[in-house]
Design a protein around this ligand. Structure first.
Ligand SMILES: Nc1ncnc2c1ncn2[C@@H]1O[C@H](COP(=O)(O)OP(=O)(O)OP(=O)(O)O)[C@@H](O)[C@H]1O
Ligand SMILES: [Mg+2]
Length: 512
């Protein structure tokens, strides 16, 4: 790379945790004013390298140079002073504070979340740049994960950083929102800023980055201009072998008259769903397609007993529950949910891998009230092997696992439990191509064993290829049902956009 100035230079950097070398002899040069991608499998070391550049981890060996200045031990605060900000993969916001407080948190003007005059105006200016449409006064705890991700992005921009590390910035955004983020990235670049962009979405990388560094097992495979790369060349280098990106074959769909494992009849909820009717039969994979905010996650929550059903009927195995459905009762009836926000809802981060894997089945494994430790260990070993969980330690500390490996642990929990209805909300978010394929195989395998699967994903391609049947949602309602084979990504996207627009127009027409 022959750019006039180098924004970040990493030389001979190594880092170990507990005797395991997670970064080894890393050399990377990032030219100022470019968008530089980091790609690699789960656990390759992308986030760790980002944290070294952002001052969160201190290298054991080697040097880091930021905007021409060599830095040795430096904290995130020092990094910020030097002009480096990091947007973390696992979001780090203060949930009890408002959006605007979070955006300016840690800056001189807003110590401890106290706003000063001008912050509101500054927020509005920022919102003009980003066009994310987030209300400044909303409490972050009430925001959906996609919105929280946007708040993190705004915060990094608000800090006026010269170098912004974005770790999986689009992992919970829709294509539309991702496009908008990429516009922001372009604008930042045109202002001379440098973006380090970590992602598993290779299409996004090919379309928006200038250069790419491919990592594998804590080392740099190569750094090259994106112009010479293809999806296949990236994947092959990430895996160190030739790979094919395909979806597994689905088992045959169950007959239409088989009794559903779960059925919603004209259901409304206090979370904004109205008149939802859908069914999932044993062995069937049913997809939900809709934009963010269309109610996909709310359907999952209602079926898991997390949101209150205010009208209509919910039948599990043909039975209507007598009492109000709670999460506990849903689980007891065989309903499982892999939530989109794994850190908050899915994992017990203070506990080791084996605890998390057996969480869904404590009843099955424990006898006489004592955990059957050997059974637990055996199952955990199986799952580690099955999903390729790294580190492959039964007693591994889940809190420190890379994002993709946490997701695998979460899935293991339900693979062991074998529910009747498995609801998956963004199951392959943030996982690499290899793990993604394993997760797809897992979904198909569950269906083959007779589990009914409800699949939610922002990636329409994934839903269409892995489902038998799909429901299309917009504004909390289902407006169409189709066999997956009759849909294409373009046709489905077109229809959800069209529906959303016509809904908005109807609403505007109805307003006084
Ligand atoms: N603080 C830590 N303590 C112990 N191990 C760590 C720590 N941080 C990272 N690791 C380990 O370093 C390795 C690289 O993790 P890292 O998070 O950098 O991967 P990644 O490439 O970002 O993966 P993903 O795509 O899943 O996010 C993993 O094996 C992880 O468990
Ligand atoms: Mg990571």
């Amino acid at each position: 790379m022959t750019s006039a100035t180098t924004a970040v230079r990493v030389r001979g950097v190594a880092k170990s945790f507990g005797g395991t070398r997670i970064l080894d002899n890393i050399d990377v040069e990032i030219a100022a004013g470019t968008v530089h991608a980091l790609v690699g499998e789960n656990g390759a070391g992308k986030s760790s390298l980002g944290k070294i550049i952002g001052g969160y981890y201190t290298p054991d060996e080697g040097q880091v140079e930021i905007l021409g200045r060599a830095v040795a031990r430096f904290s995130p605060r020092d990094a910020l002073q030097l002009g480096v900000a990091m947007i973390h993969q696992e979001l780090q916001l203060a949930p009890e504070l408002s959006v605007v407080q979070n955006v300016f948190l840690g800056r001189e003007s807003a110590r401890a979340g106290i706003l000063v005059k001008g912050d509101m105006a500054r927020f509005e200016a920022l919102e003009k740049t980003c066009d994310f449409g987030i209300s400044p006064l909303a409490r972050v705890a009430t925001l959906r994960i996609a919105e929280r991700q946007k708040v993190e992005i705004m915060r990094a921009i608000a800090r006026d950083a010269q170098v912004i590390i974005m770790d999986e910035p689009t992992s919970s955004l829709t294509e539309d929102e991702a496009d908008r983020l990429h516009e922001v990235v372009k604008r930042l670049k045109s202002q001379g800023k440098t973006i380090i962009y970590v992602s598993h979405f290779l299409d996004h990388i090919l379309a928006n980055c200038d250069n790419v560094t491919i990592m594998r097992d804590g080392r740099v495979v190569r750094t090259s201009p994106i112009a010479g790369e293809t999806k296949k060349s990236l994947v092959d280098s990430m895996l160190g072998q030739e790979a094919e990106i395909l979806y597994p074959a689905l088992p045959a769909a169950p007959a239409g008259d088989v009794r559903p494992v779960a059925e919603l009849r004209n259901v409304s909820t206090d979370a904004g769903l109205s008149d939802i009717s859908l069914s999932v039969r044993p062995g069937e994979i049913v997809g939900l397609i809709g934009l963010v905010g269309s109610g996909r996650t709310e359907v999952a929550r209602a079926m898991f007993g997390a949101d209150r059903i205010t009208g209509g009927e919910y039948l599990i195995e043909g039975r209507r529950s007598e009492q109000r459905l709670s999460v506990r009762r849903a689980i007891a009836s065989g309903v499982a949910l892999v939530p989109e926000d794994r850190r908050k809802q899915g994992l017990v981060l203070t506990q080791p891998t084996r605890f998390n894997v057996s969480l869904g089945t404590l009843g099955a494994i424990s006898r006489f009230g004592i955990l059957g430790t050997s059974a637990e260990v055996r199952r955990t070993r199986e799952m580690i092997k099955h999903f390729g969980i790294v580190p492959a330690a039964v007693d591994g500390r889940v809190a420190r696992y890379s994002g993709g490996n946490q997701q695998k642990v979460l899935l293991s929990k339900w693979a062991v439990a074998k529910p009747r209805l498995l609801i998956l909300d963004e199951p392959s978010r943030g996982v690499d191509v290899g793990a993604r394929r394993r997760i797809h195989d897992f979904i198909v395998d569950m269906a083959r064993q007779g589990v009914g699967v409800l699949l939610i994903s922002s990636e329409i391609e994934e839903v269409i290829n892995l489902s038998h049947r799909c429901y299309l949602l917009s504004d909390g309602r289902i407006f169409a049902e189709e066999p997956a084979s009759s849909l294409t990504v373009e046709s489905a996207l077109h229809r959800v956009f069209l529906e959303q627009n016509s809904h908005r127009n109807r609403q505007e027409g109805a307003a006084p």
